[in-house]
Structure formats: C-alpha cells, structure tokens
Design a protein around this ligand. Structure first.
Ligand code: SAM
Length: 329
C-alpha cells in the first residue's frame, strides 16, 4: 500500500541526510563556529530504511546533508540504492544536493553508479562574493568545475539552487540569468526560510518570487512553463528560448497542499515536514532489533500524521526543532 497522509497526499519523495557536517559555513545557514551536532549512521542502516520506504511507494531519493560528498563511500551507497526497485519495478530516481566543492572528481563515478541528477548550491556568480557568503576562500572555481564536470558526466539537467537575501546578494538575479544561459544549467531561486542557526530571518530579508521575476524581466522577458503537480519550482524560460530558471517560493506562495516529501536525518530520525517541531526515531527502533514489518508499521503511522502546512510569517510561528543543516535541505 503506497504511503499516504491523512490529507490524502501521496508520499513518494524521500530525502536522506547522510551527514550534518559541511565544509561551507554559509552566512544565512550556519553560525560559522559549530561542528557536527548529530550522529551519522553506517550506510547499511540508511539502505535498509530506503529499501523499506521504496517498498512503500517512494520512487525518488535525494541524498543531502550537511554536505553529502564529505561521506566516504557515497559512490557505493548510490550503487546500492540503484539496485532497489520501486512498486512499478523501476530503479528509483536518485538525486544529490551538494555545495559542489568536491564534485568535479566524483561526478562521473556517481553517474556510473546510478545517480540521475545533481543540484548544486551557489549564491553568487562572482568569486569574491561567493567567498564572503560561504566563508571559505577560493571555493568558486571548484564549484564551477563541479558544475561543468556534472554536465559532462550526463547528470542532466544540472540545477543550481540560489538563496537570495535582501541587502546581500539580490543583485545576483540577472548575473544568474546569464549564468543559466552560458553554462546551460537550470538556476532555481529559493525564498529564504526561517531555518538558519543564527535566527536572523525576517520577512523583509526574503526576496520573493514576484520580485525575482520583475528583476529578471529587466534583462530578458520570461514565459512561465508548465510543471508537475508535486514539483516545488515555478518554471520560466527566457522569451528567446535559451535558458530556464525556476523559483521555489515556500514563503510567498506555499505549496504544502501537494507536498510529497519525507526526510530522514543523518542520525536516522524520520521527519514529515521541514518545519516539524518533533521527529520520529526510526533508527532507535532498528537498533532495538525491530523487524521490517514493525518498521513499516511505524513509518505508516508517522506519515499519516504529516503536518498540513508550515506557518512561516504567522503570529505564533514555532521554529522547527532543527535548523536546515541538521535536517538536510
Ligand atoms: N550542503 C548541500 C548544499 O549546499 O546544497 C546540501 C545541504 S544545504 C542545507 C541544501 C540547500 O538548502 C542549499 O541550497 C541551501 O542554500 C539551502 N538553504 C539553507 N538554508 C536555507 C534557508 N534558511 N532557506 C532556504 N534555503 C536554505
């Protein structure tokens, strides 16, 4: 029986964080001082969870973190995931979200192991600004090499995630439009959400979908194109047909009504929403020797109670029990 919550949403996307360590300290995400805060599990434990979840209707698995490329053995893990079969008898779609710093060398082995797609995070397209945001010197060149290596390896289309903060990098909208066209990647702007370690979020810092469309249209007109029901990004192409951008607008245009996701944290907790105020200890059950049937029963019950929606910007908003880097974005 495929996983469904009590609002009738079918759950088929799984995100697994395989570490909450990160080699970048992006100013809007981390304090800049904290190291790892939660445990990492052996890959076999994530694999068992994934196998059970794929048996329950999950058809897409995204590996994330922290930065997932910091985990040795990720290529073998992708190969093992690629051997799973969905309820339709297909290989699950396997994707990766990374800052791209270590990607150039490993893009091809990952593709050969069964990775389908990669999303690389970049919040500026000039090296100096990039270093100020990530708080790591000389990262830009490595990430650009990772972008190009991914494309050459056939991880197509390469998507770039960019979070804009007012007063910090909102002037990067048009440069990213040019970058999308020149590098033949899909750039997706994500509205900044209150999930950072430093609690700096205010509604005023968020650069919204409307503003991004307005700014980009000063460069070239955009035409909106269709998207799948559970796709989070609104998609646009430039009017001359060259290049695509997307905008993920959880703050100004929430899409919780067709959310199809659940997450597993690096320490094996099941989360049903980025903004959950609690999580569910799947790994503890495993550790105590639960059978696959017991784990299935647990997962089905937890997913049934998935939150209806987030409450960003509303009075009485309760912050999530973990910040983005410790959940897995
Ligand atoms: N280290 C990997 C990376 O850089 O893509 C994976 C983890 S990172 C937390 C995943 C994505 O979440 C990145 O694109 C990052 O920009 C985004 N992100 C982090 N904090 C965010 C926030 N408060 N609001 C929106 N997106 C955020």
């Amino acid at each position: 029986m495929p996983l469904t919550d009590h609002f009738g949403r079918s759950i088929h996307d799984l995100r697994i964080s395989i570490t909450d360590r990160c080699n970048y300290r992006c100013v809007y995400c981390r304090t800049g001082t904290n190291g790892a805060a939660y445990a990492e599990l052996p890959f076999d434990d994530y694999l068992r969870m994934a196998r059970i979840l794929v048996g329950l209707g999950i058809s897409k698995i995204r590996l994330t973190g922290g930065d997932p490329l910091l985990r040795k053995g990720i290529v073998e893990f992708v190969r093992d995931l690629a051997r799973l079969r969905t309820l339709d008898g297909e290989k699950p779609e396997i994707a990766l979200t990374t800052n791209g710093h270590l990607l150039a060398e490993i893009a091809r082995p990952l593709k050969e192991a069964g990775l389908d797609r990669v999303t690389i995070s970049m919040d500026a397209v000039d090296p100096e600004r990039f270093a100020r945001i990530t708080r790591v010197p000389n990262g830009y060149e490595s990430v650009l090499a990772g972008v190009r290596a991914s494309r050459e390896a056939g991880l197509d289309p390469v998507k770039i995630n960019c979070v804009l903060l007012r007063g910090f990098n909102e002037d990067q909208v048009i440069p990213f439009g040019m970058f999308a066209r020149e590098e033949r990647v899909v750039v997706r702007f994500i509205e900044f959400m209150p999930l950072e370690e430093d609690r700096v979020w205010t509604p005023e810092i968020v650069v919204t979908l409307d503003e991004i469309v307005r700014r980009m249209s000063e460069y070239l007109p955009l035409e909106e194109i269709g998207r799948g029901r559970s796709e989070t990004a609104r998609r646009y192409r430039f009017s001359d047909g060259v290049g695509e951008i997307g905008i993920i607008a959880p703050v100004s245009q929430p899409f919780c009504g067709h959310c199809s996701r659940i997450r597993i944290t690096s320490d094996g907790k099941l989360r049903t929403c980025l903004f959950s105020v609690w999580d569910h200890d799947l790994h503890e059950l495993m550790r105590r020797g639960a059978s696959d049937e017991k784990l299935t029963e647990f997962i089905v019950k937890v997913v049934e109670k998935k939150e209806e929606r987030h409450h960003i910007g509303e009075p009485g908003f309760v912050p999530a029990s973990r910040t983005m880097v410790h959940i897995g974005g």
